[in-house]
Design a protein around this ligand. Structure first.
Ligand SMILES: [Cu+2]
Ligand SMILES: [Zn+2]
Length: 176
């Protein structure tokens, strides 16, 4: 904390500190395949006001939709990914899609993989933050599923097995 205060004080003198907000508000997750699967890729998170821009590129998928969520526990150690627990849901809401008023905070909807098995995802997500408090996704995990998330079925959209898992963390060069 002392270091942060010193850096903030220094910002009064340095124009370079104009990127303070950006640098302190990003996180990443590197997803590795669960046992017997090939899906892998990277997810980045950037705080944009009260939303978080989520961008992902995942390879090694079958073409089509794959459920894509933030899960509660920072634990990808189980061979089947089940150690990551359920969907990140700090407000005990029902499962739904990213555009629903009532939803798990971790409900990101679906990836859509092309014929080559590559999915590119970009969405601004409400109800999560890279800051502190109960809505923070720092220290949670990201899961990619075998099947589409139907955005309805409780508690997880009937999205099936867990193909890839990664932990969400802030970069080492970040100050908060
Ligand atoms: Cu999931
Ligand atoms: Zn959910």
């Amino acid at each position: 904390m002392k270091r942060s205060v010193a850096l903030l004080a220094g910002c009064a003198l340095l124009a370079a500190c104009s990127n303070l907000t950006l640098r302190s508000s990003t996180a990443t997750a590197a997803l590795a395949p669960t046992k017997g699967n090939q899906a892998a890729g990277n997810v980045t998170f950037v705080q944009k006001g009260d939303k978080v821009l989520v961008e992902a590129r995942i390879v090694g998928l079958t073409p089509g939709l794959h459920g894509f969520h933030i899960h509660e526990k920072p634990d990808c150690t189980a061979a089947d990914g089940m150690s990551a627990g359920g969907h990140f849901n700090p407000h005990k809401a029902p499962h739904a899609g990213p555009d629903s008023a009532q939803r798990h905070a971790g409900d990101l909807g679906n990836l859509n993989a092309d014929a080559g098995g590559v999915a590119v995802y970009r969405a601004e997500i409400r109800g999560i933050t890279l800051g502190m408090g109960e809505d923070s996704i720092i220290g949670r995990s990201v899961i990619v599923h075998a099947n589409p998330d139907d955005l309805r079925t409780q508690p997880a959209g009937n999205a099936g097995a867990r193909l890839a898992c990664g932990l969400i963390s802030k970069g080492k060069d970040q100050w908060f």
